[in-house]
Design a protein. Structure first.
Length: 402
């Protein structure tokens, strides 16, 4: 459709109903929106009011697009009803380092797919972990009524602005500033819990606050690019279990304090000993085989960086790099040499690529399962990844204390 730019006064978007309807059509055509009730919510809850400003990356920098800025309002209007995640808050992982994303309005198609997977019914009470902009809470309010919607976020400013935006539409759900890992015990039990942030393991407080038979939907993530959505049912007072989603999703990690939490990465000195070896495993495994990378990240830990080393500009990068905060680093050559092997150079206290090779053997021995065959069982003391059924354990998660 032909876009109409936002007006400069207050960022009003007069044709937003048509834009919202077009977005709903797009999501339906992509197979991400089938329920008439959720379609009605997408068309009734104006996303632009929840995202008056967001950031886009251009020329290796983050630029703000704002509804009330005449210089950027047209671009803002063009993007706010697209099926795209919109970054709304930035921080820094380390002083002077590149920006990290602290909050966003998630991809609408992912949100609608999750809401349909959540399988809510009239009368259900839902706890959302990660209020963010408030748009998802608005969709829940439209579907269930505000009295049935509860949402928490660690950032007081996000709660304050979300509360005001929701109230402006007549929605007054229960919003609270809280560590999402603790849930919101004061209003438990809930029928459903949905997390729009990632966690390295399922907080037991979430299981305790969902009734037996209730559902938890969360992004279980061992680290960057390593995890997926899992849908759990609380099957008993001391147990929840369920399968991973067939698709793929990624959310920002749950934070226990407002703002970013800097993690300094040690720099290896020039005289650090180098270990050299070779591998026949695809060095692009972190991106080409996400199940293997998930299993590898369970061993490497959450704090790592992935990327490519710079090479000749005419021929692209030379190697995949993996680095952890303790100064360990692995570089795996993209070009294969003799017998199809890739050169591996590693420094620091840990041999990171060995974890990837171990994970690949683990995956191969389990008959190379993809996400739909993987499940998760959760008890107060242990969380286990299994293949096909709980009796076939594959890996055990480390469950950090909150």
């Amino acid at each position: 459709m032909t876009a109409t730019p936002a007006t400069a006064t207050g960022g009003a978007l007069v044709d937003w109903p048509a834009r919202a309807a077009a977005l709903a059509d797009e999501l339906a055509a992509a197979g991400k929106l089938a329920s008439p009730a959720w379609r009605a919510a997408v068309q009734a809850v104006p996303r632009h009011l929840f995202v008056p400003r967001f950031y886009v990356r251009r020329d290796d920098r983050m630029h703000a697009l704002a509804a009330d800025d005449p210089a950027t309002s047209r671009d803002w209007a063009e993007q706010v009803y697209t099926n795209t995640a919109l970054v709304t808050k930035l921080g820094h992982d380390e002083p002077g380092g590149p920006p990290v994303y602290l909050s966003s309005s998630s991809t609408p198609g992912l949100i609608t797919r999750m809401l349909e997977t959540l399988d809510v019914h009239d009368g259900h009470r839902v706890l959302e972990i990660g209020t963010g902009t408030g748009w998802n809470a608005g969709l829940l309010c439209h579907r269930l009524g505000a009295a049935s919607v509860f949402s928490v976020d660690i950032d007081p400013d996000l709660i304050e602005t979300a509360r005001a935006r929701l109230a402006g539409l007549g929605y007054r759900p229960t919003l609270a500033v809280a560590d999402g890992a603790l849930g919101l015990a004061a209003h438990a039990p809930y029928d459903r819990l949905i997390a729009t942030c990632s966690v390295p393991s399922i907080p037991w407080a979430w299981v305790e606050q969902v009734r037996v038979g209730g559902v938890i939907l969360a992004d279980l993530r061992a680290g960057l690019g390593a995890g997926n959505l899992v849908r759990l049912t609380r099957t008993a007072p001391d147990r929840a279990e369920g399968m991973f989603d067939a698709g793929y999703a990624t959310f920002m990690q749950l934070r226990h304090t407002p703002g970013s939490s800097p993690v300094p990465f040690m720099r290896a000195s020039a005289d650090t000993p180098v270990s050299e070896s070779a591998t026949t495993l695809d060095p692009r495994t972190p991106w080409s085989n996400r199940v293997v990378w998930f299993l590898a990240a369970l061993r490497i830990g959450r704090r790592y960086r992935l990327g490519y080393t710079r090479g000749d500009p005419r021929h692209g990068p030379e190697a995949v790099s993996i680095a952890t905060a303790d100064g360990s680093r692995a570089e795996i050559a993209l070009a294969a040499g003799e017998h199809g092997a890739h050169a591996v150079r590693e420094t620091g206290p840990a041999r990171l690529w060995q974890h990837v090779e171990h994970a690949h053997r683990q995956w191969a021995a389990a008959d190379q399962p993809d996400w739909p065959r993987l499940g998760l069982s959760v008890t107060p003391t242990q969380q286990t990844i299994y293949v096909d059924a709980p009796g076939n354990p594959l890996a055990t998660l480390t469950t950090p204390a909150v």
